[in-house]
Write a protein that binds this ligand. Structure first.
Ligand code: G16
Length: 501
């Protein structure tokens, strides 16, 4: 390590005095102007991680669903998972180190994580469309370069695209080609095959209106459109040419407000969907002929995928272990339906793709979705090998065709994932502090039928999230409001008490 160069470059990316940040649900997130030093240091960290695991590491500059003024960084591990949790603490230490301690902290990390400094390092970088992202990704490059790492800057890409590139690179092309063209070709080929195998729907069913949250999704979908089968028509809205990122649109807005985004005009029964700012969440929706809005969020997507996969697995006659992984935000009826009607086991883990992904790996087929639209399906290596073999060699026509559909699903699903006063336990469904809060929530929940509520500190924003469900929308809203008041009083609220949405 060239200490003089490190000193010189870190001085170009100074840490604001007194600023402390924590590695949250999906990396670091805050106002963009506070992040220059973090980006430089995550460049350093990515080099160390790359040397430690002797593989390419990814860095995505994005604050995803958060406002345009924010930014953040997501680190991607070799197979496209989120950074291993054992390194989150190192990331926090590096981000918060005073400049004079930087070298010492790097040396300590190398010792604790057995990093062989002689190894080569390689880092892939991507960024979203935020105005601050280009400059911040240059700070990442400074961090990588000062420790002698090699890098490839993919520029503007979606988060799933960067995860894909990293996975392709580390599997020597087995997963696909580490280029945008490779990504579009792989996905569109599997999608085209699946369409051929599915019963022919009405003409309108192959049209989709897409709200791109004024983010990267618009750019990348336009690039991908020529690869789609010609009967599939997409119409892009909120493409970022007029309005601000995530403002009154995008997956988070639609999910939270249970209404269509601004700028997307919906006719009855038209299929619509929304991405978030870095295009790693999706929710679908439509309006029926009475004008009623129907949301197909992550819970419903997981349910539909589970029904589809369960039928196919039964057809191929394989007893593969399938499970669904959800978080505390999953609507109770979806959990009941999957467990009791579909007879598929459901597991609940803490919020954050990294937790769901980890759990889903325990099964032959692990379906995981957060209610907010993050998710995918993981097939174990053994299950994938079996399915590919059946698709090729099975003599029984029906079984072989079902295996082929599953094979295309595997190729279409981008399996790589994105991996303070209130403290929680039981997959964040139970508050242990402040004292009395959980008892208060329990009492409020008892007042409503079919109800559930919990609170947890967000890991991407400086807010406490409150979840409530009940037999009717009015009761769910009332319960949410009462719980938010309880949080406000018991957690020592300042300013005006919370108002119902
Ligand atoms: C990130 C994580 C998601 C999580 C979301 C909200 O999403 O990847 O797993 O559900 O933050 O987390 P919290 O409730 O802790 O703020 P994204 O789309 O912002 O990257």
């Amino acid at each position: 390590m060239d200490s003089e160069a490190l000193k010189k470059y870190s001085a170009l990316h100074p840490k604001p005095a007194g600023l402390t940040l924590h590695y949250g649900t999906a990396g670091f997130r805050t106002k963009a102007e506070q992040l220059d030093h973090v980006m430089f240091r995550m460049g350093l960290l990515a080099v160390l991680r790359s040397k430690a695991v002797v593989a390419t590491i990814g860095i995505m500059v994005t604050a995803s669903h958060n406002p345009e003024e924010d930014n953040g960084v997501k680190l991607v591990d070799p197979l496209g998972e989120m950074l291993h949790p054992s390194w989150e603490e190192y990331a926090t230490q590096l981000a918060n180190a005073e400049e004079r301690e930087l070298q010492k902290i790097i040396t300590e990390i190398c010792q604790k994580a057995a990093v062989n400094q002689q190894k080569d390092a390689s880092v892939f970088i991507g960024r979203d469309t935020r105005p601050s992202s280009e400059k911040l990704s240059q700070s990442v490059i400074d961090g990588i370069s000062v420790l002698g790492g090699q890098y490839h800057d993919y520029g503007l890409v979606t988060t799933p695209q960067l995860h894909y590139m990293v996975c392709c690179q580390n599997t020597q092309g087995q997963y696909g080609k580490a280029t945008l063209e490779g990504y579009y070709e792989k996905l569109s080929k599997a999608f085209t095959e699946l369409i051929k195998q599915s019963p022919s729907p009405g003409e309108s069913q192959r049209h989709l209106k897409i709200d791109c949250a004024n983010g990267i999704g618009a750019l990348k979908l336009s690039e991908m459109e020529p690869y789609f089968p010609k009967e599939v028509l997409i119409h892009l809205y909120n493409d970022g040419t007029k309005e601000k990122l995530n403002h009154l649109c995008g997956a988070d807005f639609v999910k939270v407000h249970q209404k269509p985004p601004r700028g997307l005009d919906m006719k009855p029964n038209e299929r619509c969907c929304s991405f978030d700012g870095d295009a790693d969440r999706i929710v679908y929706y439509y309006k029926d002929t009475t004008g009623h809005f129907h949301l197909i969020d992550g819970d419903k997507i997981a349910t539909l995928i589970s029904i589809f996969l369960k039928e196919l697995l039964a057809k191929v006659g394989q007893t593969l272990k399938m499970a669904v992984v959800q978080t505390a935000y999953a609507n109770g009826s979806s959990t009941r339906y999957i467990e009791e009607t579909l007879k598929v086991p459901v597991h609940c883990v803490k919020t954050g793709v990294k937790h769901l992904h980890h759990k889903a790996h325990e099964f032959d087929v692990g379906v995981y979705f957060e209610a907010n639209g993050h998710g995918t399906v993981l097939f174990s290596k053994a299950a994938e090998t079996k399915i590919r073999q059946l698709a090729k060699e099975e003599k029984d026509d029906e079984k072989r065709e079902a295996a082929k559909v599953l094979e295309n699903m595997i190729d279409l699903i981008n399996q790589v994932a994105d991996r303070r006063v209130i403290d929680t336990t039981d997959a964040e469904r139970h508050a242990v502090t402040p004292p009395g809060l959980q008892e208060k929530i329990d009492a409020l929940v008892k007042k409503y039928k079919l109800s559930r509520a919990f609170v947890r500190p967000s890991g991407t924003e400086d807010v406490v999230r409150i979840y409530a469900e009940a037999d009717t929308q009015e009761n769910a809203d009332a319960l949410a409001h009462e719980v938010s008041l309880a949080v406000y009083h018991l957690a020592g609220g300042k300013g005006a008490p919370p108002q119902p949405l």
